[in-house]
Write a protein that binds this ligand. Structure first.
Ligand code: FDA
Length: 303
Protein backbone atom coordinates (compact mmCIF):
# COMPACT_ATOMS: atom_id res chain seq x y z
CA UNK A 1 0.00 0.00 0.00
CA UNK A 2 1.35 3.40 -0.93
CA UNK A 3 1.64 5.47 2.24
CA UNK A 4 2.40 9.14 1.70
CA UNK A 5 1.66 11.88 4.23
CA UNK A 6 -0.83 14.73 4.18
CA UNK A 7 1.96 17.33 4.52
CA UNK A 8 3.75 15.91 1.49
CA UNK A 9 0.71 16.32 -0.79
CA UNK A 10 -0.17 19.75 0.64
CA UNK A 11 3.41 20.88 -0.13
CA UNK A 12 3.02 19.59 -3.70
CA UNK A 13 -0.35 21.36 -4.04
CA UNK A 14 1.38 24.67 -3.24
CA UNK A 15 4.32 24.12 -5.59
CA UNK A 16 4.01 26.88 -8.21
CA UNK A 17 6.41 25.22 -10.65
CA UNK A 18 4.47 21.94 -10.69
CA UNK A 19 1.12 23.73 -10.85
CA UNK A 20 2.27 25.73 -13.84
CA UNK A 21 3.81 22.83 -15.71
CA UNK A 22 1.03 20.33 -15.02
CA UNK A 23 -1.19 22.44 -17.33
CA UNK A 24 1.05 21.41 -20.23
CA UNK A 25 1.19 17.73 -19.31
CA UNK A 26 -2.51 17.00 -19.76
CA UNK A 27 -4.08 14.73 -17.14
CA UNK A 28 -1.57 12.55 -15.37
CA UNK A 29 -1.52 10.30 -12.30
CA UNK A 30 -5.18 9.35 -12.74
CA UNK A 31 -6.45 12.92 -12.21
CA UNK A 32 -9.28 12.31 -14.72
CA UNK A 33 -10.95 10.15 -12.07
CA UNK A 34 -11.70 13.37 -10.17
CA UNK A 35 -11.58 16.01 -12.95
CA UNK A 36 -13.81 14.83 -15.81
CA UNK A 37 -12.59 17.22 -18.54
CA UNK A 38 -10.64 20.30 -19.54
CA UNK A 39 -13.39 22.09 -21.50
CA UNK A 40 -16.97 22.90 -20.48
CA UNK A 41 -18.33 20.99 -23.48
CA UNK A 42 -16.63 17.82 -22.24
CA UNK A 43 -18.40 18.04 -18.87
CA UNK A 44 -21.89 19.00 -20.05
CA UNK A 45 -22.68 15.31 -20.69
CA UNK A 46 -21.54 14.45 -17.15
CA UNK A 47 -23.81 17.14 -15.69
CA UNK A 48 -26.79 16.03 -17.78
CA UNK A 49 -26.38 12.46 -16.58
CA UNK A 50 -26.27 13.58 -12.93
CA UNK A 51 -29.23 15.93 -13.46
CA UNK A 52 -31.24 13.06 -14.94
CA UNK A 53 -30.62 11.11 -11.73
CA UNK A 54 -31.93 14.09 -9.72
CA UNK A 55 -28.49 15.39 -8.70
CA UNK A 56 -27.68 19.07 -9.16
CA UNK A 57 -24.10 20.21 -9.78
CA UNK A 58 -21.69 22.99 -9.01
CA UNK A 59 -18.97 23.63 -11.59
CA UNK A 60 -15.49 24.84 -10.73
CA UNK A 61 -13.36 26.04 -13.61
CA UNK A 62 -10.07 25.16 -11.93
CA UNK A 63 -7.53 27.89 -11.34
CA UNK A 64 -5.36 29.35 -8.58
CA UNK A 65 -1.94 31.05 -8.24
CA UNK A 66 -3.01 33.85 -10.60
CA UNK A 67 -0.78 36.91 -10.34
CA UNK A 68 -1.25 38.48 -13.78
CA UNK A 69 -4.25 40.62 -14.71
CA UNK A 70 -4.55 39.05 -18.16
CA UNK A 71 -4.80 35.58 -16.60
CA UNK A 72 -7.53 36.72 -14.18
CA UNK A 73 -9.45 38.32 -17.05
CA UNK A 74 -9.13 35.13 -19.08
CA UNK A 75 -10.50 33.14 -16.10
CA UNK A 76 -13.41 35.58 -15.75
CA UNK A 77 -14.25 35.21 -19.46
CA UNK A 78 -14.23 31.43 -19.12
CA UNK A 79 -16.62 31.65 -16.18
CA UNK A 80 -18.92 34.01 -18.13
CA UNK A 81 -18.90 31.54 -21.02
CA UNK A 82 -19.65 28.67 -18.60
CA UNK A 83 -22.68 30.63 -17.34
CA UNK A 84 -23.91 30.99 -20.92
CA UNK A 85 -23.56 27.27 -21.49
CA UNK A 86 -25.40 26.38 -18.26
CA UNK A 87 -28.22 28.71 -19.27
CA UNK A 88 -28.47 27.57 -22.89
CA UNK A 89 -28.35 23.87 -21.94
CA UNK A 90 -30.81 24.50 -19.07
CA UNK A 91 -28.62 22.59 -16.63
CA UNK A 92 -29.39 22.25 -12.94
CA UNK A 93 -26.01 23.66 -12.05
CA UNK A 94 -24.41 26.60 -10.26
CA UNK A 95 -20.81 27.80 -10.19
CA UNK A 96 -18.04 27.72 -7.60
CA UNK A 97 -15.19 30.22 -7.97
CA UNK A 98 -11.92 30.95 -6.20
CA UNK A 99 -11.12 34.62 -5.67
CA UNK A 100 -7.38 34.12 -6.20
CA UNK A 101 -8.25 33.00 -9.73
CA UNK A 102 -10.06 36.29 -10.26
CA UNK A 103 -7.32 38.63 -9.07
CA UNK A 104 -7.47 38.64 -5.25
CA UNK A 105 -3.66 38.49 -5.04
CA UNK A 106 -3.32 41.29 -7.60
CA UNK A 107 -5.71 43.91 -6.28
CA UNK A 108 -8.89 43.58 -4.27
CA UNK A 109 -10.84 46.24 -6.26
CA UNK A 110 -9.94 44.47 -9.51
CA UNK A 111 -11.19 41.18 -8.05
CA UNK A 112 -14.48 42.82 -6.98
CA UNK A 113 -14.88 44.25 -10.48
CA UNK A 114 -14.48 40.78 -12.01
CA UNK A 115 -16.89 39.22 -9.53
CA UNK A 116 -19.53 41.91 -10.15
CA UNK A 117 -19.44 41.15 -13.85
CA UNK A 118 -19.89 37.43 -13.13
CA UNK A 119 -22.68 38.06 -10.62
CA UNK A 120 -24.48 40.40 -12.98
CA UNK A 121 -24.72 37.71 -15.67
CA UNK A 122 -25.46 34.93 -13.15
CA UNK A 123 -28.24 37.06 -11.67
CA UNK A 124 -29.84 37.52 -15.10
CA UNK A 125 -29.79 33.74 -15.52
CA UNK A 126 -30.89 33.10 -11.93
CA UNK A 127 -27.71 31.11 -11.21
CA UNK A 128 -26.05 31.03 -7.78
CA UNK A 129 -22.32 31.72 -7.40
CA UNK A 130 -20.39 30.18 -4.53
CA UNK A 131 -17.06 31.61 -3.44
CA UNK A 132 -14.87 28.69 -2.34
CA UNK A 133 -12.79 29.33 0.76
CA UNK A 134 -9.02 29.11 0.28
CA UNK A 135 -6.18 29.12 2.82
CA UNK A 136 -6.25 31.35 5.92
CA UNK A 137 -4.17 34.14 4.36
CA UNK A 138 -7.12 34.76 2.00
CA UNK A 139 -9.87 34.23 4.58
CA UNK A 140 -10.46 37.79 5.81
CA UNK A 141 -10.17 39.34 2.30
CA UNK A 142 -12.69 36.78 1.01
CA UNK A 143 -15.25 37.68 3.68
CA UNK A 144 -14.65 41.42 3.02
CA UNK A 145 -15.27 40.94 -0.69
CA UNK A 146 -18.37 38.85 -0.04
CA UNK A 147 -19.75 41.68 2.10
CA UNK A 148 -19.10 44.18 -0.70
CA UNK A 149 -20.66 41.95 -3.37
CA UNK A 150 -23.78 41.32 -1.31
CA UNK A 151 -24.51 45.07 -1.33
CA UNK A 152 -25.26 44.54 -5.04
CA UNK A 153 -26.34 40.91 -5.46
CA UNK A 154 -27.94 38.21 -3.31
CA UNK A 155 -27.06 35.23 -5.51
CA UNK A 156 -23.66 34.79 -3.86
CA UNK A 157 -22.48 32.82 -0.85
CA UNK A 158 -19.36 31.22 0.54
CA UNK A 159 -17.80 28.41 2.54
CA UNK A 160 -17.12 28.04 6.25
CA UNK A 161 -14.36 25.65 7.35
CA UNK A 162 -14.93 23.80 10.62
CA UNK A 163 -11.20 23.57 11.38
CA UNK A 164 -11.03 27.33 12.08
CA UNK A 165 -11.63 28.45 15.68
CA UNK A 166 -13.40 31.58 14.46
CA UNK A 167 -15.96 29.84 12.22
CA UNK A 168 -18.75 29.83 14.80
CA UNK A 169 -18.52 33.61 15.22
CA UNK A 170 -18.31 34.21 11.48
CA UNK A 171 -21.30 31.99 10.81
CA UNK A 172 -23.33 34.18 13.18
CA UNK A 173 -22.60 37.16 10.91
CA UNK A 174 -23.55 35.16 7.82
CA UNK A 175 -27.02 34.11 8.97
CA UNK A 176 -28.69 35.45 5.81
CA UNK A 177 -26.14 34.02 3.40
CA UNK A 178 -26.22 30.64 1.64
CA UNK A 179 -23.27 28.73 3.13
CA UNK A 180 -21.38 25.51 2.39
CA UNK A 181 -19.87 23.87 5.47
CA UNK A 182 -16.65 21.88 5.00
CA UNK A 183 -13.89 20.61 7.28
CA UNK A 184 -11.14 22.63 5.53
CA UNK A 185 -8.56 21.47 2.99
CA UNK A 186 -5.44 23.55 3.71
CA UNK A 187 -2.66 23.23 6.25
CA UNK A 188 -3.29 25.78 9.00
CA UNK A 189 -1.38 26.18 12.25
CA UNK A 190 -2.71 25.74 15.78
CA UNK A 191 -2.98 29.49 16.32
CA UNK A 192 -6.02 29.55 14.02
CA UNK A 193 -7.19 25.99 13.51
CA UNK A 194 -8.08 22.76 15.31
CA UNK A 195 -5.56 20.06 14.48
CA UNK A 196 -7.29 16.80 15.37
CA UNK A 197 -9.97 14.96 13.40
CA UNK A 198 -12.18 14.66 16.51
CA UNK A 199 -12.20 18.40 17.13
CA UNK A 200 -12.77 19.27 13.46
CA UNK A 201 -15.60 16.72 13.15
CA UNK A 202 -17.25 17.89 16.38
CA UNK A 203 -17.13 21.49 15.20
CA UNK A 204 -18.51 20.52 11.76
CA UNK A 205 -21.52 18.82 13.37
CA UNK A 206 -22.11 21.73 15.71
CA UNK A 207 -21.92 24.35 12.91
CA UNK A 208 -24.17 22.30 10.63
CA UNK A 209 -26.80 21.81 13.38
CA UNK A 210 -26.82 25.53 14.11
CA UNK A 211 -27.38 26.29 10.42
CA UNK A 212 -30.09 23.65 10.04
CA UNK A 213 -32.10 25.37 12.76
CA UNK A 214 -31.65 28.77 11.07
CA UNK A 215 -33.43 30.14 8.03
CA UNK A 216 -30.85 30.21 5.20
CA UNK A 217 -29.88 27.42 2.82
CA UNK A 218 -26.94 25.22 3.86
CA UNK A 219 -24.78 22.83 1.85
CA UNK A 220 -23.36 20.06 4.01
CA UNK A 221 -20.18 19.14 2.13
CA UNK A 222 -18.48 16.01 3.39
CA UNK A 223 -17.77 12.41 2.36
CA UNK A 224 -17.91 11.35 5.99
CA UNK A 225 -20.84 8.92 6.41
CA UNK A 226 -20.66 9.13 10.25
CA UNK A 227 -21.30 12.86 10.11
CA UNK A 228 -24.00 12.48 7.45
CA UNK A 229 -25.80 9.86 9.57
CA UNK A 230 -25.67 12.02 12.69
CA UNK A 231 -27.03 15.01 10.79
CA UNK A 232 -29.82 12.99 9.16
CA UNK A 233 -30.86 11.88 12.64
CA UNK A 234 -30.86 15.52 13.78
CA UNK A 235 -32.83 16.62 10.68
CA UNK A 236 -35.52 14.00 11.33
CA UNK A 237 -35.72 14.72 15.05
CA UNK A 238 -36.12 18.45 14.46
CA UNK A 239 -38.36 18.27 11.40
CA UNK A 240 -35.92 20.29 9.31
CA UNK A 241 -37.49 20.91 5.92
CA UNK A 242 -35.72 19.24 2.95
CA UNK A 243 -35.65 22.47 0.97
CA UNK A 244 -33.38 24.16 3.51
CA UNK A 245 -30.28 22.05 2.90
CA UNK A 246 -28.44 19.73 0.56
CA UNK A 247 -25.55 17.31 0.82
CA UNK A 248 -22.54 17.94 -1.39
CA UNK A 249 -19.65 15.71 -2.43
CA UNK A 250 -16.83 16.00 -4.92
CA UNK A 251 -17.06 14.34 -8.32
CA UNK A 252 -15.45 10.89 -8.32
CA UNK A 253 -15.80 10.35 -4.56
CA UNK A 254 -18.26 7.91 -3.00
CA UNK A 255 -20.43 7.87 -6.12
CA UNK A 256 -22.67 5.13 -4.74
CA UNK A 257 -23.38 7.13 -1.60
CA UNK A 258 -24.16 10.20 -3.74
CA UNK A 259 -26.85 8.24 -5.63
CA UNK A 260 -28.13 6.56 -2.47
CA UNK A 261 -28.74 9.85 -0.63
CA UNK A 262 -30.46 11.26 -3.73
CA UNK A 263 -32.71 8.18 -3.97
CA UNK A 264 -33.58 8.59 -0.29
CA UNK A 265 -35.00 12.00 -1.20
CA UNK A 266 -32.27 14.37 -0.03
CA UNK A 267 -31.21 17.30 -2.20
CA UNK A 268 -27.79 16.42 -3.50
CA UNK A 269 -25.18 18.45 -5.36
CA UNK A 270 -21.98 17.13 -6.95
CA UNK A 271 -18.99 19.48 -7.16
CA UNK A 272 -17.41 19.10 -10.60
CA UNK A 273 -14.00 20.62 -11.27
CA UNK A 274 -12.79 20.98 -14.85
CA UNK A 275 -9.94 22.63 -16.73
CA UNK A 276 -6.21 22.27 -17.24
CA UNK A 277 -5.29 23.65 -13.82
CA UNK A 278 -5.90 20.31 -12.08
CA UNK A 279 -2.67 19.82 -10.13
CA UNK A 280 -3.32 21.77 -6.87
CA UNK A 281 -6.90 20.48 -6.61
CA UNK A 282 -5.79 16.89 -7.20
CA UNK A 283 -2.94 17.05 -4.66
CA UNK A 284 -5.31 18.40 -1.97
CA UNK A 285 -7.58 15.39 -2.61
CA UNK A 286 -4.61 13.06 -2.11
CA UNK A 287 -3.68 14.97 1.05
CA UNK A 288 -7.15 14.42 2.51
CA UNK A 289 -7.14 10.74 1.77
CA UNK A 290 -3.83 9.24 0.68
CA UNK A 291 -5.73 5.97 0.06
CA UNK A 292 -7.01 7.67 -3.11
CA UNK A 293 -3.63 7.01 -4.62
CA UNK A 294 -4.11 3.27 -4.04
CA UNK A 295 -7.38 3.38 -5.98
CA UNK A 296 -5.56 5.04 -8.86
CA UNK A 297 -2.65 2.60 -8.75
CA UNK A 298 -5.13 -0.31 -8.79
CA UNK A 299 -6.97 1.28 -11.71
CA UNK A 300 -3.73 1.54 -13.63
CA UNK A 301 -2.96 -2.11 -12.96
CA UNK A 302 -6.34 -3.59 -13.74
CA UNK A 303 -7.69 -1.39 -16.58
P1 FDA B 1 -12.62 13.06 5.64
O1 FDA B 1 -11.60 13.11 4.53
O2 FDA B 1 -12.30 13.72 6.94
O3 FDA B 1 -13.01 11.56 5.87
C1 FDA B 1 -13.74 11.16 7.00
C2 FDA B 1 -14.17 9.72 6.86
O4 FDA B 1 -15.12 9.59 5.78
C3 FDA B 1 -13.03 8.78 6.51
O5 FDA B 1 -12.33 8.38 7.65
C4 FDA B 1 -13.78 7.63 5.84
O6 FDA B 1 -14.39 6.82 6.80
C5 FDA B 1 -14.88 8.37 5.10
N1 FDA B 1 -14.47 8.69 3.70
C6 FDA B 1 -14.02 9.88 3.24
N2 FDA B 1 -13.76 9.82 1.92
C7 FDA B 1 -14.04 8.55 1.55
C8 FDA B 1 -13.98 7.85 0.31
N3 FDA B 1 -13.56 8.46 -0.81
N4 FDA B 1 -14.35 6.56 0.30
C9 FDA B 1 -14.76 5.93 1.41
N5 FDA B 1 -14.84 6.55 2.63
C10 FDA B 1 -14.50 7.83 2.69
N6 FDA B 1 -12.32 22.80 1.50
C11 FDA B 1 -11.96 24.10 1.63
O7 FDA B 1 -11.05 24.39 2.40
N7 FDA B 1 -12.61 25.06 0.91
C12 FDA B 1 -13.65 24.78 0.08
O8 FDA B 1 -14.20 25.68 -0.54
C13 FDA B 1 -14.03 23.40 -0.06
N8 FDA B 1 -15.07 23.04 -0.87
C14 FDA B 1 -15.52 21.72 -0.87
C15 FDA B 1 -16.67 21.36 -1.59
C16 FDA B 1 -17.17 20.07 -1.49
C17 FDA B 1 -18.40 19.70 -2.25
C18 FDA B 1 -16.52 19.10 -0.68
C19 FDA B 1 -17.05 17.71 -0.51
C20 FDA B 1 -15.35 19.45 0.00
C21 FDA B 1 -14.84 20.75 -0.10
N9 FDA B 1 -13.68 21.11 0.57
C22 FDA B 1 -13.34 22.43 0.67
C23 FDA B 1 -12.79 20.03 1.12
C24 FDA B 1 -13.07 19.78 2.60
O9 FDA B 1 -12.61 20.85 3.37
C25 FDA B 1 -12.36 18.50 3.08
O10 FDA B 1 -10.98 18.69 2.96
C26 FDA B 1 -12.75 17.25 2.32
O11 FDA B 1 -14.11 17.20 2.05
C27 FDA B 1 -12.35 15.99 3.14
O12 FDA B 1 -13.09 15.89 4.32
P2 FDA B 1 -14.41 15.00 4.45
O13 FDA B 1 -15.34 15.74 5.31
O14 FDA B 1 -14.97 14.72 3.10
O15 FDA B 1 -14.01 13.63 5.11
Amino acid sequence: MVNLSRDFFIALSNNKFLNKNAKRWGFRLGANKFVPGTEIDEVIGVIKKLNQAGISCTLDHLGEFVFLKEEAIKAKKQILYTLDRIYVEQLDCHISVKLTQLGLDINSAFCVENMLEILNKANQYNIFINIDMEDYSHYEPTLEILKELRKHYENVGTVIQSYLYRSKGDLEKLKDVRIRIVKGAYKENNEVAYQTKDEIDREFISLAKERLLGHSFTSIATHDHHIIQELIHFINENGVSQDRFEFQMLYGFRTELQYKLTKEGYNFCTYIPFGTDWFGYFMRRLAERPQNINLIVKDKLYT
